[in-house]
Design a protein around this ligand. Sequence first.
Ligand code: NDP
Length: 350
Amino acid sequence: MASNSTTSGVGKTILVTGGSGFVAAEVLTAFLSRGYNVRTTVRNDASADKIKKSHSKYINQLSFAIVKDIQIPGGHDEAVKGVDGVIHTASPFLLQVEDNERDLLLPAIKGTTEVLASVQKNAPNVKRVVITSSFASVVDIPKGTRSGYVYNEKDWNPCPYEVAANKDSPGAVSYCASKAFAEKAAYDYVKEHKPQFEITTLCPPMVYGPSGSVVTSLDNLNTSAADIYRLINGSCKEVPETSFYGWVDVRDLGDIHARAFESPKAAGQRYVTASSGYTYQQICDIIRKDFPEKRHLVPEGTPNAPYPDVYKIDNSKVKKELGVEFKTLETSIHDMVAQFIEIEKATGKA
Ligand code: NDP
């Protein structure tokens, strides 16, 4: 089992791409708390300043590199110099864009291969690159809820490139495909270029839990946080139909990135990092029980409805090989909503 002691990373430097992101905030914490020095890429100084605030406890271990766009060839050449490992989290997670190919597919795919090329060229000490992929790269969307089916690491989203790139395809379809094409591109890169490092890819479903970043506004939350905030801000009148029957806590996911980096077993492996299945009905039930002051804004639906007969996600590989124990949905949603309420009070939205 990989160590999560506070000393396993002392003397080593890790590069995390996309440090301003919701997932990256916990990836930073996971490595910083293990003693690593962490350099993170951001697109501007304002993002760096926010991270200095949210991770002020570790300010002496943190440094920054500006990379304005992950897909620029050679864009990470300087950022990777001298590092011992790379965690690639940056990728657009947007469900509505102007141009599916330009705004989702190309940044995801080229963003990944360009990072790998910079590492191969300029970071000889790197033996492991961990890539944040997604359950979006695993799920076969047109097959729907697939009663009786159990997804695992062998499954790949089969969406054809032409469908994903089509301007008329829904953004969600294109986003999911962008993750599959980027993940496959990473494995293809390793096969073709035989770099000095091995890769590990992580496939989380919806990521929930409190944000480790400084959140100054609830109006431009990241996609998965907004997915829960809409349930308490009065904008959802009905319990929404569940889109993905799987979730993971963001703090667990940060920790899994560090375990995947440190574990020799994880070399060349793909992990589906789901805590369990869930429905929005279950989430509404949790919020209505734990936060009576919000009950009038949270759709009621059918409280305690039986769990639907839908696909399951097998998380046994990550539990067994990386020693992961997952937080419960109750804990994750409780902590997330408590933070939303604090932010509402702090920003005068309450
Ligand atoms: P966020 O939107 O919070 O973070 C995305 C990060 O990627 C930001 O740092 C963003 O920078 C950066 N980024 C996006 N496009 C570019 C670009 N073209 N050039 C440089 N940087 C870019 O999303 P999450 O934290 O939720 O997602 C992080 C990763 O986790 C992604 O790979 C996503 O696919 C994956 N994931 C997330 C899930 C979730 O439920 N949240 C579920 C499964 C996977 P900036 O802040 O400057 O825009």
